[in-house]
Design a protein around this ligand. Structure first.
Ligand SMILES: C[S@@+](CC[C@H](N)C(=O)[O-])C[C@H]1O[C@@H](n2cnc3c(N)ncnc32)[C@H](O)[C@@H]1O
Length: 276
């Protein structure tokens, strides 16, 4: 059953040769492919609400530096991994279920000269292919909503963290209103969506032996940010660069539902830091 779910999730995200699609979109937007910057990639490789600003905020809370080994769980095409590596000089390993994304992540890191600090592996977050206590920070943004067995997920993360290490989360949670409207950017139907509410997340983290040190409800910030994005799309159509390059046809319907899910309290957003 989990394998069927994982296959459905991978086919939701994967587009054949997504790396070439990204490069074509960048070229079409007038970017010089031989001088790409992280800022050029950000509209596509920050596949979460509020883009890079949300990553920056969370990074400031977890105190990163070049000595830290970081694991980015559900790294997508590696935008956050590259951002953390560039800003803090830390080594970042990204793991993602979607093979095509891992390939694109490695290609993009090489294009921006970050191949020495970032590496990407295909794998399932619920079965992390790493030794016990091998990371100082585990980071995860907008991936847990696709993972059914969250108890296993947080126990696995706890196992690979060294004592005193931190888990940094930026996630979509179930809101006070239901149901969630599908398709969303993370799932076409409820069959591959596994949202939990804030109380359940707290309990799961504590049951996995984490101590929650920071909890910020960022729902309102996400709501107004996304409303502005949606307004631009409605007025001008999809921009040349955006996560729709990864998601292809159907992104507009996902975006409309995302807007309603936020406006109507069907989803909530939290940034959380938990210590081992
Ligand atoms: C919405 S994207 C977010 C990507 C990235 N964290 C970001 O913020 O740009 C969700 C990612 O989670 C990955 N994912 C979903 N389930 C996973 C699992 N069980 N293990 C690893 N990655 C998973 C998907 O393949 C996808 O790349």
């Amino acid at each position: 059953m989990p394998n069927q779910v994982n296959e459905a999730i991978e086919s939701h995200y994967a587009r054949q040769d997504v790396g070439s699609l990204i490069l074509a979109a960048l070229e079409g937007a007038g970017k010089d492919l031989h001088r790409l910057t992280l800022e050029d990639l950000a509209p596509m490789d920050a596949f979460h609400l509020r883009g890079r600003a949300a990553t920056r905020e969370l990074a400031e809370i977890v105190s990163l530096d070049a000595s830290r080994r970081v694991l980015d769980v559900g790294c997508g095409i590696g935008g956050t991994s590259r951002y953390l590596a560039r800003e803090y000089g830390c080594r970042v390993t990204g793991i993602d279920l979607t093979e095509e994304y891992c390939r694109a992540a490695a290609m993009l890191s090489a294009r921006v000269g970050l191949e020495a600090l970032t590496e990407f592996r295909q794998g399932d977050a619920a079965h992390l292919p790493f030794e016990d206590e091998s990371f100082d920070i585990v980071w995860t943004e907008h991936a847990a909503m696709n993972i059914p067995d969250k108890s296993r997920l947080y126990h696995e993360i706890h196992r690979v963290l060294r004592p005193g290490g931190s888990l940094a989360i930026h996630d979509v949670l179930a809101g006070p209103t239901s149901p969630v409207l599908y398709p969303t950017p993370w799932a076409r139907t409820s069959d591959t969506s596994f949202l939990i509410g804030p109380g359940t997340l707290r309990n799961l983290l504590e049951s996995a032996d984490f101590t929650i040190s920071v909890w910020v409800d960022v729902t309102e910030a996400a709501r107004s940010w996304f409303a502005a994005q949606l307004e631009k799309i409605r007025k001008n159509g999809l921009p040349s660069l955006g996560v729709h390059v990864l998601m292809g046809e159907g992104f507009r319907a996902m975006a409309e539902n995302q807007g309603r899910n936020l406006q109507e309290g069907r989803i909530a957003l939290a940034q959380v830091v938990a210590r081992k």
